[in-house]
Design a protein around this ligand. Structure first.
Ligand code: ZN
Ligand code: ZN
Ligand code: FE
Length: 720
């Protein structure tokens, strides 16, 4: 009898990098290896998921192919490397204890919205997790916000103190189960519990729902922090919450059972809303409204009772989001009628992310929960370095090798509390990733808290000009080669310029290692600095004064201040020009949140179709203001004037770029580009003029992108 030829037995070590921890990857590897009859082991390491398989060559090849094709839904594979090993005697395939291979980072998984399987269990009266607000599995649940250390294992999370009950343990150890090695798994017998006052569990939930139904406010502990919630269909409840939060006008985020309850939703918007990241999506309309879907079991239980909730960040005006129970009881008590707590800790606070869809593509407005801390891949290795960003919408960036980790949204760094939140977030991420910076980059503004902090770390610090950093962030995102220059149109609110003036309406010739300022809006004295920013009418007066125009209601003191240039800072800011036009149109005398007047100007302009333009140039604004004031005198509507102003900026910018053609690529960045009308119009105009246009797509166009730009530009600055 002839035996079949023996197939040669091979052994390979495979390293899988990417988002492969906390997403059910080891159980998936286990099942795949067993199905193919391969022996070996799999383990989490600090470098990713490491495994060894032994068997016939074809089977190992098939294993690696299917590893990438059939990976779990939340996994994001960056690279798979294979290495031939000596065959070892082993039988079976096991999940080995986590090891730590020094030198490389693993990628932390972001938090993920409740999956369909868990949702079915949540509302199935026969399931032992029926109405349990903390159920999750390897396909969903909290991740980044509960991880205290890496590698990702239960004891290294805030679930470490909850001992698994016998049933949960059996699921956790069963390779065929959806909860096989699901680190945060829990059930009513062994997991976290809700609390509201003296109520526990379902009674606490019922008490919260009763408060919401009666028009009250409930502080609800979520994944990355607290929300303040009320019934969105009750105007008195919404007005009460607005008063308590000191947000009279700013749009409030909504959480809806279905997005269609709030407004029409496009296919792309629907996909984003239902994604694992579950961001707030800004739906177009007048005025636009931000909505998200429930992303935790607790949220699902709440919207089952009240279909649309206002869900705004649980913080005191200007302070970071509240994320621990004691702090909530102290600082949110005056803002809420009840505080719905639970005993699962939040290791890292994380606000909701905000996205808008433009021409079918997502544009981030705030990149935080569900996205942070997924690294941005750099075209070249850097680091280890830290960039501390700017002041408003602060984020920091830790980078090493080809990975740039941009932090979750930290808020406006204008007070000590936000600086402390920044410092904690930095310590936490630095420890998790094992990145110890040797160099710090910060903004050139002498008064930013972030820059002040940077100087105190005992490390070399270099300053990167604000608008150059805006441009460099886009260069980093797109991996534009370092030696290739681009035209960068940076339209921004405020940024410290190399000449001590406030810049913000800039055309730069930029490449990774440096920039030249080609053109800017004419300097206009900004009286009273930051105070003027809150008064669009004063900005209008300052602009009219500069254009030699008188204003209707004289104000001697203000005129004197302008004439004598008392406390006047020259600015070329495009953001301030938008404010000034809004002020001149009388849209608003005082604003209560950043860019409010400019947003209202955009909304107004969006109500009319194309309507001509004014002679706006970067040499002088005088003819522009004369034409605008003439229109007003002739009784042209504010909406038409607003539209003509938008058109003017677009036309002037296209003309300016064409005049400086050389580079054929234009980068658009800066906070003013949250203006959709402007961004769309300018992109179309520049494309028609033959330019390739790059706009931010991973990070917001505003100051949240500065830290990445500081890293990318800073690491290429000439030394000395
Ligand atoms: Zn699940
Ligand atoms: Zn249990
Ligand atoms: Fe900026």
């Amino acid at each position: 009898m002839r035996l079949p030829p023996m197939l040669p037995v091979l052994r390979e070590r495979v390293l899988v990098r990417g988002i492969v921890q906390g997403v059910g990857f080891r159980p998936f590897v286990y099942r795949l290896a067993r199905a193919l009859g391969l022996v070996g082991w799999v383990s989490n390491s600090a470098a990713g998921v490491c495994l060894e398989v032994e068997g016939a060559e074809e089977l190992i090849d098939e294993f690696v192919r299917r590893l990438e094709l059939e990976a779990p839904p939340l996994a994001l594979i960056d690279a798979v490397t294979r290495e031939r090993m000596k065959p070892a005697t082993a039988d079976g395939f096991v999940i080995a204890a986590s090891g730590v291979a020094p030198g490389e980072h693993t990628l932390l998984a972001p938090d993920a919205a409740t999956c369909g399987d868990c949702l079915r269990e949540l509302f199935d009266p026969a399931d032992r997790r029926y109405r349990y607000p903390f159920l999750n599995c390897t396909n969903c649940g909290p991740r980044f916000t509960i991880i205290e250390a890496l590698p990702y294992d239960r004891p290294a999370t805030t679930m470490g103190s909850f001992l698994l009950c016998a049933e949960c343990r059996a699921e956790y150890e069963d390779p065929a189960n959806r909860r096989f090695h699901a680190q945060p798994t829990a059930c009513p017998a062994c997991g976290p519990v809700l609390a509201l006052g003296s109520h526990r569990g379902e009674a606490a939930l019922e008490a919260a729902i009763a408060i919401l139904r009666s028009g009250g406010t409930v502080a609800v502990k979520g994944v990355g922090g607290f929300h303040l919630a009320c019934d969105a269909s009750n105007p008195a409840a919404v007005a009460l919450l607005r008063r308590r939060k000191n947000r009279p006008d700013q749009p409030l985020g909504l959480m809806a059972r279905e997005a269609a309850l709030v407004g029409p939703v496009s296919a792309v918007e629907a996909r984003l809303l239902a994604s694992a990241a579950a961001p707030i999506v800004i739906l177009p309309g007048q005025p636009s409204v931000g909505v998200m879907l429930p992303y935790t079991p607790l949220h699902h239980l709440l919207v089952a009772a009240i279909p649309v909730l206002v869900m705004t960040s649980g913080n005191v005006h200007g302070q970071p989001i509240v994320h621990d129970n004691a702090e909530a009881l102290r600082s949110l008590a005056p803002l809420a009628d009840g505080i719905l707590l639970h005993d699962r800790g939040i290791a890292q606070p994380c606000d909701d992310s905000v996205i808008r869809v433009l021409e079918g593509r997502p544009v981030p407005v705030r990149r935080s929960r569900g996205y942070a801390p997924v690294p941005i891949r750099l075209a070249e290795a850097v680091g280890p370095v830290l960039a501390v960003g700017g002041e408003l919408k602060a984020t920091f960036c830790l980078a090493q090798g080809r990975e740039a980790f941009v932090s979750a949204h930290l808020g406006d760094m204008e007070n000590l509390e936000t600086l402390e939140a920044f410092e904690r977030a930095y310590q936490h991420l630095s420890k998790l990733l094992g990145i110890v910076p040797e160099q710090i980059y910060c903004d050139a503004h002498p008064q930013y808290l972030s820059s002040w902090w940077a100087q105190r770390q005992g490390l070399p610090v270099r300053r990167v000009q604000h608008h150059f950093a805006h441009a460099a962030a886009v260069l980093a995102e797109y991996g534009v080669p370092a030696e290739e220059p681009v035209l960068a149109v940076i339209y921004d609110g405020t940024g410290y310029g190399d000449d001590g003036a406030i810049w913000g309406g800039e055309l730069l010739l930029a490449r990774r290692g440096g920039f030249t300022r080609l053109a800017h809006l004419p300097y206009v004295p900004l009286p009273g600095g930051d105070a003027a920013i809150r008064h669009p009418e004063r900005l209008a007066r300052a602009h009219l004064f500069a254009a030699g125009l008188a204003w209707a209601k004289p104000d001697r003191n203000f005129e004197l201040q302008l004439r004598r240039q008392i406390q006047c800072v020259p600015t070329s800011s495009m953001g301030r020009l938008f404010d000034a036009v809004a002020g001149q149109l009388g849209l608003r005398s005082v604003i209560t949140y950043e860019a409010q007047a400019a947003i209202e100007l955009e909304d107004l302009a969006g109500t009319v179709e194309d309507a001509g333009s004014y002679p706006l140039s970067f040499e002088t604004l005088t003819p522009f203001w004369h034409a605008l004031v003439d229109d007003q005198a002739a009784g042209v509507s504010a909406a038409v004037i607003a539209r003509r102003f938008h058109n003017s900026v677009i036309e002037a910018t296209v003309a300016l770029c064409s005049a400086h053609r050389g580079p054929s690529t234009v980068v658009l960045a800066g906070g003013v580009f949250h203006n959709v009308l402007l961004l769309q119009g300018l992109r179309a105009g520049l494309t028609a003029a033959g330019f390739a246009v790059l706009v931010p797509r991973l990070l917001p166009p505003n100051d949240a992108g500065l830290a990445l730009g500081q890293v990318w530009a800073g690491t290429a600055l000439p030394t000395g």
